[in-house]
Design a protein around this ligand. Sequence first.
Ligand code: PMP
Length: 361
Amino acid sequence: MNKVYNFCAGPAMLPVEVMQQAQAEFVDWQGQGCSVMELSHRSKDFIQVAEQAEADLRELLAIPSNYKVLFTHGGGRGQFSAVPLNLGGKQAQADYLVSGSWSSAAVDEAKRYLTPNVVATSRWQDERLVVPEPKEWQLNPNAAYLHYCPNETVDGVEMSEVPDIGTVPLVADMSSNILSKPVDVSRFGVIYAGAQKNIGPSGLSVVIVRDDLLDQSMAHTPSILNYKILAEQGSMFNTPPTYAWYLAGLVFKWLKAQGGVEAMEKRNAEKATLLYGYIDGSDFYQNRIHTAYRSRMNVPFQLINPELDKAFLQQAEQAGLKALAGHRSVGGMRASIYNAMPIEGVQALVDFMTDFARRNG
Ligand code: PMP
């Protein structure tokens, strides 16, 4: 196989060892003569796979026992609806921080169900994108929750501190940075993530919800989005995405073998430092996010001369560096460097960028 590094924002690279294991047991899982994909979700064997995955995730993130973990459908956007439906039954108002395009999309979806109050919006300051500090946020004391996105995948904006907002439950869309570092789960009411970046294949979403929030749903919440029903039924109210759940379990095992989220944090910091360091030292490329809010997972960058964008992307692809185009809404370039991206991949990108700049400077 040619060595290719895939910088796609999602679906993204998976650890090669995980895919090799899945390949080895694809047709005949554990001597059963069939694929894990073909097992009933209610079979003893699959339930063991499911429970092991949950146990490993709980261990990786040190999830306290008063939190339920749900493995469900609908990706990140499904949760844009599920959150207001599940938490807005008693209080039809909620706070939203808009730090980039995904949190903005979450506000638009929430408007279908309740009245979202935007507490603050990220802004340009001295030509750098910054997120307002929590002390500037216009919080509503009657909000059912505050929703924010600690890592904005399109914009490359990450908030490293968990905001302190008192007793209002904090809801975090961690689709693109879950498992990239330790997190204090007890600070949150709900954490959710679409799987296709740091967890596994698309089609699965993981929700971590504090159990006292399970009785706040709106009456018309669809059962397949209802946290309480999903929790009571072990995420098996309907048929869950079983193969994606199994693969997520393999990724969790891989993470544990790598040293867990503490080791990931260290590796992710090294990768990000290498790439941002190169960009900042170059007069050919730029990143316009304030250094305090730069994402360790998604690194957007622009060529100072955008006329070279097409050539850059074409030649990068030829060099085995895939999917470096920025999101269609913002253009430019973006390197997504999730857990599965090795430092060698980031080094290969920096080497290519150096060479491209030398040839075109
Ligand atoms: N939130 C974030 C932070 C995302 O990055 C994405 C997808 N890239 C979504 C939500 C939407 O996820 P999905 O496509 O799984 O609905």
